[in-house]
Design a protein around this ligand. Structure first.
Ligand code: PLP
Length: 397
């Protein structure tokens, strides 16, 4: 009789050691409380509260009914890749090979993860500017690499400087990861900051991964710029984007990575051996999204801009909280350091006592400690109720 192994002995260390997604964990706790009959307002997620526009849904339905129900080319429908290349050229000024320079993936998350598998291995360091989206570090570590945490300061509006990057870079650094507009801080990197990153990347011979998922969601005249267009950067930049946020298509799972053919062709191998392709008829919807009317995006952003002001005006009046108006994306990134609570304790108090689910800042790295993130991509009434309840629990100034 062989000795029986514990289940953990059948699991790879890199998976055992990975933490589950903290944002999904918040949603799960909220769901459990709801199941007990508690009226929880879940502001933990990151899903637009609008239904995908009708012309996009109709295009996908027509494609499905017309028989586009089979495997399609692994890197994506050629017309979709062409539409993405045209979008990158028109919106961002990025020139890529329309067929070989674009890989369509099941969501932006898959584009990032497959790229991590293609480019990261033990001995490779990736610089992550924090606060950072929850999945970057686990993706890097699952691929066997090491994340170098670059801590940005809330007291300097999370500004990126060359000095901060120079202190953090290691001999093993191959990649620096940017996310602008940022989840969770909403920061939109300025032209000067992007110039600093570009000069830094060239000086250290690094590849830049730039996650531009929230590019369309900016406020107060802030402008999104793509680092791939900066001098000498096209050959060393991979641009990640998707349709989830701008077109309210989170459930469709459509994303992409675009850049130099030498890298895209290798990432495409990972996709061909894992998911094969993004869903065929969803891609037909993706074509309609990119090539159809775009006014819908402005309408959503106007609604979110209004809610951003309402939520922050309300939370600024709450004892111990400060809610700077974010520059982009649809999250309020609330500074709760004035409450004297750490971010987990604050999020816990808000869930248990105010019945409002928010994400503790620590989920986005040490740099976000003392903060909580809440999504304002939900209806005005729920947001007003959430602010009211938070004020009742923490008190008002
Ligand atoms: C910064 C950032 N990047 C990427 C993604 C992934 O989006 P999707 O996989 O839905 O395209 C998200 C989703 O929340 C995000 O916030």
């Amino acid at each position: 009789m062989v000795t029986q192994r514990a289940p953990s002995q059948f699991l790879a260390a890199r998976v055992r050691e990975a933490a589950p997604s903290p944002t999904l964990a918040v949603s799960e706790s909220a769901r459990q409380l709801k199941a007990q009959g508690v009226d929880v307002i879940d502001l933990g997620g990151g899903d637009p509260d609008f239904i995908t526009p009708a012309h996009i849904r109709e295009a996908a339905a027509a494609a499905m009914n017309g028989g586009l129900t089979h495997y399609v080319a692994s890197p994506g429908l050629p017309d979709f890749r062409k539409a993405i290349a045209a979008k990158l050229q028109g919106d961002n000024g990025i020139t890529v090979d329309p067929l070989k320079g674009v890989l369509v993936t099941p969501g932006g998350k898959a584009a990032l993860f497959q790229t991590a598998l293609a480019m990261v291995e033990p001995g490779v360091d990736v610089m992550v500017l924090e606060p950072a989206w929850v999945s970057y570090v686990p993706m890097i570590e699952l691929a066997g690499g090491r994340a170098i945490h670059v801590t940005l300061s809330p007291d300097d509006n999370f500004r990126v400087t060359r000095a901060l990057l120079e202190v953090a870079v290691t001999d093993a650094t191959r990649i620096i990861l940017l996310n602008s507009p940022n989840n969770p801080t909403g920061r939109v990197l300025s032209h000067e900051e992007l110039t600093d990153v570009a000069e830094f990347a060239k000086a250290h011979d690094l590849i830049v991964w730039t996650d531009e998922m929230y590019e369309k969601i900016v406020y107060d005249g802030h402008q999104h710029e793509s680092i791939a267009t900066f001098a000498g950067m096209a050959d060393r930049t991979l641009t990640f984007n998707g349709l989830s946020k701008a077109y309210a298509m989170t459930g469709w799972r459509l994303g992409y990575v675009a850049g130099p053919v030498e890298y895209i062709s290798q990432i495409a191998k990972v996709q061909s051996h894992s998911v094969t392709c993004a869903t065929s008829f969803a891609q037909a919807g993706g074509i309609a999204a990119l090539t159809g009317p775009q006014e819908f995006i402005g309408e959503m952003v106007t609604a979110w801009g209004r809610r951003r002001r309402a939520v922050c005006d309300g939370l600024d009046a709450v004892k111990g909280l400060r809610c700077p108006r974010v520059e982009g994306a649809f999250y309020a990134f609330v500074d709760g350091r004035g409450t004297g609570l750490d971010s987990v304790a604050l999020a816990d108090k808000l869930l248990k006592e105010a019945h409002v689910a928010v994400v503790p800042g620590i989920a986005f790295g040490e740099a976000a400690e003392g903060h909580v993130r809440l999504s304002f991509a939900t209806d005005d009434e729920s947001l007003a109720k959430a602010v009211e309840r938070i004020g009742d629990v923490l008190g008002r100034d």
